[in-house]
Design a protein around this ligand. Sequence first.
Ligand code: NAD
Ligand code: UGA
Length: 474
Amino acid sequence: MRKGSRKDSQVKNILCIGAGYVGGPSMAVLADRSPDKKVTVVDVHAGKIRAWKGANLPIFEPGLDKIVKRTRGKNLFFSTDIPGEIKKADMIFVCVNTPTKAFGHGAGYASDMQYVEKTARMILQHARSETIVVEKSTVPVRTAQAIERILRSGATEGKQIEVLSNPEFLAEGTAVRDLEEPDRVLIGSRETRSGKKARRALADVYEQWVDRERIVETNTWSSELSKLTANAFLAQRISSINSISALCEKTGANIEEVSRAIGMDERIGQKFLRAGVGFGGSCFQKDILSLVYLCRSYGLNEVADYWESVVGINEYQKRRFVQNIIEHMFHTVTDKRIAVLGFAFKPDTGDTREAPAVYICKRLLEEGARLSITDPKALENARTDLEGIDQDVTYERNVYKAAKGAHALLVLTEWKEYQALDFQRIFKGMEKPAFVFDGRNLLDPAVLAKIGFHVVPVGKQEKGTFPLIDRSES
Ligand code: NAD
Ligand code: UGA
């Protein structure tokens, strides 16, 4: 459903700093839905900006290239002139990365805030008075205060700059739909007159295509914390169902039947109850660890431990998957060819950040396996992730070639096209016994077992010709 412009806002020039998975798609949709605004996206990474201007966008998102094509050059622009664009902006979205800190104080838990801080300092230097700064990156609670302090420090005397929190909830692979029809848009501000005025200006921008009832206004700290909490709750559901999948394998219960049965309770709901090899992606783990760090820094150790266990179960699930492979394949994978179907952390994206495939492939290489990796969109990223340790890896676009001569297939991403493969043909080309370790419960074990495969799903009984490991009592 496409809505026309409803409000004539004072905000005309919108700038986004950070042209990544959030900045690119969110600004493309904003430009598409707000033809009266000029939207510019800047980045320090010149190559990325070149790619946004070219035929091959730097990220793959279904539907995104069509939107970029119809807006680019009209009211959507990409640039590396950060100071020049900051000077012109009425509203600046901050969409830079906030990865887990890899060094020094808080390493392994805290968010690395250097990119947010550098961005704030650039804004301080170049912004006009009355500019509204919108924090869209996911940040620890009270980051807006730190940004405000920088923006209100000496050099900006006389400048009025408001800082809003407007966390992004899009998921990769469905980013365009999530942005066009968001469940909610969250805007946090100070409860001052100028804070509320800035909040209204941002709400006006969204109201051009989002229903008013879906725009939630809160104080700044609630908004920042809600983002971390939403990701923690989503990840917690996955760890919860994955923990039960281990018990299913021991008891003869079936995780899909359990998910369906509990999900029919409206209070629980059906979404995010798919067991698998664990959650990946750039945010769940990082945001939970950031929450854990925040809790510990306030002395809330029990709360920190509770949330940290969600990441602990995710690690366990990945380890368990590898152990299962080794045990089933006669306790050794050394010199065996293993075909990896899917490397992206989820389908419909080429993103491999924190993908379970990275850990699983590294572990199998340590065990001496030879891997042939295939993925419709993530092969380039896979190459980068395994660089330096991939002497025994081949990267194959064609699944049939990847599977040829393999002892086992691993399904690590639930790409739809894998369901339509000719498994009879794949089976013929494989070493026997031919194993399938379906880390996403994508394939029908009964069909594959009939062909001759030995199938090991997650949280369900294995199926095949020789039940080597009887995981059930029944
Ligand atoms: P990303 O790494 O894809 O993009 C961030 C971009 O910011 C990079 O291109 C980087 O070059 C640029 N950048 C860094 N410092 C800069 C500076 N000083 N000036 C200009 N550009 C600079 O990251 P992302 O996945 O888009 O995530 C961005 C933020 O949004 C993170 O805080 C993340 O937690 C959050 N988020 C991500 C998603 C997602 O699906 N990826 C969803 C919701 C929220
Ligand atoms: C997630 C959230 O869904 C977004 O709301 C949030 O904005 C985003 O993180 C972020 O802050 O970056 P994303 O990581 O892109 O989005 O994708 P999800 O669909 O949430 O999947 C995350 C991981 O969980 C994937 O590896 C997926 O395979 C796994 N997953 C998901 C499961 O294992 N089981 C499920 O039932 C659902």
